[in-house]
Design a protein around this ligand. Structure first.
Ligand SMILES: [Zn+2]
Length: 169
């Protein structure tokens, strides 16, 4: 694996910690600031390896590590759902819009990782309706608040190229 050996993060002894932070959605900038000698650029480049590592670990039968990361991501998704419910109850529309963004980012990443891990398109199909149902519920709940609904619709239509790290912040 010649290309990967040039990645400083792959070779960094703090790699596991760094990856945990990235998966938790710490964001590139804060993560780079946390680890001396780690640049934002290096983290950005390593993010591709992170996905690949999860896939390869699974394929190699090392499911513990990959499942740990997926489990972490599921935990974050649940927390985001909890935040959404709380924001809805409190009538905190900005908070709800943020939580929706976070849910969406998590579910997208989960769908992508699960699909790739199991190389089974059924997984993607199984996760997509979950998101569709959530989105429907959100939009119905926001019907009386046209401003917030507009903001949410806008947030939902934003490109999926958005960094996962940002989505979780
Ligand atoms: Zn790397």
């Amino acid at each position: 694996m010649a290309p990967r050996s040039r990645c400083t993060i792959c070779q960094d002894p703090r790699r596991a910690e760094i990856e945990q932070d990235l998966v938790r959605g710490a964001g590139l900038r804060p993560t780079a600031a946390k680890y001396p000698g780690v640049s934002r650029f290096a983290l950005q480049r390593h993010q591709k390896h992170l996905d690949r590592v999860i896939i390869q670990a699974h394929q190699a039968g090392e499911v513990l590590r990959a499942d740990g990361l997926l489990g972490e991501l599921r935990g974050i998704t649940d927390r985001a759902r909890g935040l959404l419910a709380r924001a809805e109850r409190a009538g905190d529309l900005r908070g709800a819009a943020t939580a929706i963004r976070e849910c969406r980012g998590c579910l997208e990443l989960l769908a992508r990782l699960s699909g790739e891990l199991q190389s089974n398109p059924v997984v993607n199909i199984a996760i997509a309706p979950e998101w569709t149902a959530l989105r429907g519920r959100i939009l119905v709940a926001l019907e009386p608040y046209s401003d917030a609904r507009g903001a949410v619709v806008k947030a939902l239509s934003e490109g999926s190229t958005e960094e996962v790290g940002n989505a979780a912040r």
